[in-house]
Design a protein around this ligand. Structure first.
Ligand SMILES: Nc1ncnc2c1ncn2[C@@H]1O[C@H](COP(=O)(O)OP(=O)(O)OP(=O)(O)O)[C@@H](O)[C@H]1O
Length: 381
């Protein structure tokens, strides 16, 4: 079914939105712009402020400062605060939160009081068809599976044609087998209807595979809001690098565009000619190659079998540890001496302090070398 897209240039905007609970800064100066039809996944450690952000968008919490705009309406700022029922926001929670004493159809009809009875019936039928539950309209929630209950919750959220749907860990109460299927069904419905949505998850794979963009939060701050590829391949901070996938960090140096660290030359860094800068290099296990070599100083210390690959922990001469993925049939026994290199084609993230840098940070760490003069300068005598 089409025609549900909200026709405004941004569906949701947060601008400098903050919220404290006493001494706890649950959300600090959040800035986020969500385009109509975009699906954002929101991820971060427990207590980082994900739910607080969702609750402020829904109107269940009031920001201390900042502005929230939904489909062109300012719903919260210094002067205004629109109540949740007046905001065009649909909510889906982990526990479905269906009314146990109402049928599926009545649960879905719940937010449609303003429609006439025939309009309400039509809309309920439409959204139930959308989530492929039209045949279960007369059932009660306890007569449904967990996945079906969650699809009802999504139908109920979509029924009033919200500008934004907020889903707070909607799949975490489902078992592993069901989870993938329900997630695929629900994501398909949200995409098909062009619904703008924010989906909170604890699952990195879910965040990367489902989101058009991924919002990574830490300590009440948005550390990065970017495409899944950028968040994984070009993390903006040390935290994002280590939270989204496995990452190890080695002290390194860029000298005249050559990145070197304890394991040798890692790569060239175009644009970093004429520099001598100390950085940390981020290395992911799939980028680290191993080759047994009795003369090498690095040693395999342990292995973890992960099914498709075997994670090798390697101690370098300095005592630092790197991790390396090896194919499932490769196992270098603990104690094996190995040469460690970086897989060709890798362009690793470089950090100065805790932030990624793409240009030489002159004046922060290290220094720019004197550039050779391109032409001899004529001297007058
Ligand atoms: N009503 C409240 N009163 C006091 N502190 C609160 C309240 N709600 C949240 N907090 C605190 O604010 C911080 C952010 O909480 P929030 O629930 O937003 O985190 P979260 O990222 O959603 O966590 P989780 O993944 O565990 O659900 C936490 O330190 C939490 O203890």
């Amino acid at each position: 079914m089409r025609g549900e897209v909200v026709n405004v240039s941004t569906a949701l905007t947060l601008s400098g939105v903050s919220r404290r609970y006493g001494a706890i800064a649950a959300a600090t100066s959040l800035d986020l712009t969500v385009a109509p039809g975009e699906m954002l996944t929101v991820i971060g450690p427990s207590g980082c402020g994900k739910s607080t952000m969702l609750r402020m968008i829904a109107g269940l919490e009031r920001p201390d400062s900042g502005t929230i705009t939904i489909a062109g309406d300012v719903v919260a700022d210094r002067r205004n605060f629109q109540e949740p029922e007046r905001r065009r926001v649909g909510l889906v929670f982990q526990d479905h939160a269906l009314f146990p004493n109402l049928t599926v159809a009545k649960n879905v009809a719940f937010g449609l009081n303003r429609l006439s009875l025939p309009e309400r019936r039509k809309r309920v039928a439409e959204v139930l068809e959308l989530v492929r539950l039209d045949h279960l309209a007369a059932r009660y929630p306890h007569e449904l599976s967990g996945g079906e209950q969650q699809r009802v919750a999504v139908a109920r959220a979509l029924a009033p044609r919200p500008a934004v749907v907020l889903l707070d860990e909607p799949f975490s109460s489902l078992d592993e087998t069901l989870r993938g299927r329900v997630r695929a069904d629900i994501v398909a419905v949200l995409k098909e209807t062009g619904t703008t949505s924010l989906l909170v998850t604890h699952d990195q794979t879910e965040a990367l595979s489902v989101g058009d963009r991924v919002v990574v939060m830490h300590d009440g701050v948005i550390e990065q809001a970017d495409t899944p590829e950028k968040v994984f391949e070009q993390p903006a901070t040390r935290f994002v690098a280590s939270f989204m996938g496995d990452a190890d960090f080695l002290p390194a140096n860029v000298h005249n565009a050559l990145l070197t660290c304890e394991i040798g030359v890692v790569s060239t860094v175009p644009g970093w000619a004429n520099c001598d800068v100390d950085v940390d290099v981020v290395l992911r296990p799939h980028e680290v190659a191993l080759a047994p070599d009795p003369g090498a100083s690095a040693r395999v210390v342990s292995l973890e079998y992960r099914g498709a690959f075997v994670l090798h922990y390697v101690r370098l001469a300095s005592g630092r540890t790197l991790r390396s993925w090896q194919p499932h049939h490769v196992r270098y026994a603990p104690g094996t001496a190995v040469t460690v290199t970086v897989a060709s084609g890798t362009s690793p993230t470089l950090l100065v302090d805790d932030r990624a840098v793409t240009e030489p940070p002159i004046g922060i760490a290290g220094h720019a070398l004197q550039a050779p003069e391109p032409f001899p300068i004529p001297t007058s005598r």
